[in-house]
Ligand binder design. Structure first.
Ligand SMILES: *Cc1c(COP(=O)(O)O)cnc(C)c1O
Length: 386
């Protein structure tokens, strides 16, 4: 058995070897002409991935939370009204971030595993005028997929800036930022984008940039302020160097490698591949008698699954058993249900072999803990889907 374990959590994920190897070079200067061209390509390629030719890309050192912080800091002024459509952990985080910049927040929530209906969102948008609406595309705490296209359309209709937290969806789920009228798409490197942790990535629409330019008060976050970063991004786009904060040079070199591979695979093909992986995983879990948090298949994410433990299973013994089988899975994230479910990431480079190994490990450990199922019934579902 190879000593390295298979990392099947919802980020960080398994990274491609060529992406990892591209980082193992002496760090060039951030004003080196070759690096300028790499950074410039990254900005363009990332807009391709978000399908936002008209957008403004920002790539800075940080995590997904910084990308959320950046959207909030630059678009919110004290007293602005914001609507957060929350389906779990990261929706609540977004509400906290927006509040920090003085936003007057309304929160729409729903049952665990469900999405807030479009009717409820529209009612709220009719009842009150908001500047910004934030939602989580794939909720990493529940494995629920929101309908970004419809929410984008509602935002457009009601003149609200829509912000999509795509940390667990960009480069895995379908996103057509321009066509759907989403004003900010944001993510981090370590999930479906396929690069080790350390990059915050964001594309802002021209409408979002105008809202930023029309601010009356300065941005209350120095590092995240677009006034500091916009000239830098523009310079690199125009193949010139400029400095505000040192770019994480090696990570950006790796990002170019990964984004090129994503675009080469083709966004539509890549999304289809994730859809197949998601479907296969859910069918396999069902076959071995595990229920998932997401209420129905049409709102189930394709980048991760969140199954409940069978009632007699001890969560930490289960995850440890899986680990001994060579697979790393994640526990629950919702505080109230933490010990009731676990999470399986299946995004980025994930393939049939990874899914088989994962379901195989789950089947083995469940069988050893006395859970009744026909050994191989889950793996058979994976095989049927590929
Ligand atoms: C992981 C995640 C985040 C936070 O990203 P970090 O890089 O950990 O800061 C935010 N939103 C969603 C949907 C996520 O999955």
């Amino acid at each position: 058995m190879k000593s390295r374990k298979l990392l099947m959590i919802p980020g960080p994920i398994e990274f491609e070897n060529d992406v990892l190897q591209s980082m193992a070079i002496p760090t060039p200067s951030h004003v080196d002409p070759d690096f300028i061209s790499v950074f410039s390509n990254c900005l363009e390629l990332f807009k391709d991935v978000c399908q936002s030719p008209s957008g403004q890309a920002f790539i800075v050192a940080g995590t997904g939370t910084l990308a959320m912080d950046m959207a909030a800091a630059n678009l919110i002024e004290s007293g602005d009204k914001a609507l957060v459509v929350s389906t779990g952990y990261f929706g609540l985080r977004f509400a906290e971030i927006l509040k920090r910049y003085g936003a007057d927040i309304d929160l729409l929530e729903t049952e665990v595993g469900d999405i807030v209906s479009m009717e409820r969102i529209e009612q709220q948008l009719q009842a009150k005028t908001y500047k910004l609406l934030a939602f989580t595309h794939v909720d990493t705490s529940t494995a629920v997929l929101n309908d970004a296209k419809q929410i984008g359309a509602l935002g457009k209709k009601h003149g609200v800036l829509t912000v999509l937290d795509g940390v667990c969806s960009v480069a895995g789920e379908d996103i057509k930022q321009d066509e759907w009228g989403i004003d900010v798409v944001l993510t981090a490197s370590q999930k479906a984008v396929g690069v080790p942790p350390g990059l915050a990535l964001l594309v802002a629409s021209q409408k979002a940039m105008q809202a930023f330019e029309q601010r009356k008060s300065p941005v209350a976050n120095y590092y995240a302020d677009w006034a500091n970063w916009l000239p830098i991004m523009k310079a690199y786009e125009n193949k010139q160097a400029s400095y505000f904060g040192t770019p994480p040079v090696n990570l950006i070199i790796a990002l170019e490698k990964s984004l090129k591979a994503i675009v080469k695979e083709g966004i539509d093909k890549r999304v289809e591949r994730h859809q197949r992986a998601g479907k296969a995983m859910r069918a396999a879990l069902k076959a071995i008698g595990l229920e998932v948090l997401s209420k129905s298949d049409d709102i189930a994410s394709n980048t991760l699954s969140a199954p409940y433990y069978p009632s007699q299973i001890d969560p930490s013994a289960f995850l440890q058993g899986i680990n001994q089988e060579g697979i790393i899975l994640a526990g629950g994230l919702l505080p109230d249900l933490k010990s009731k479910y676990f999470r399986i990431g299946h995004m980025g480079s994930v393939n049939k072999g990874d899914l088989l190994a994962t379901i195989g490990a789950i089947e083995t450990v469940l069988k050893n803990s006395g859970h009744q199922h026909e050994l191989g019934s889950g793996t058979a579902e994976i095989l049927k889907h590929f």
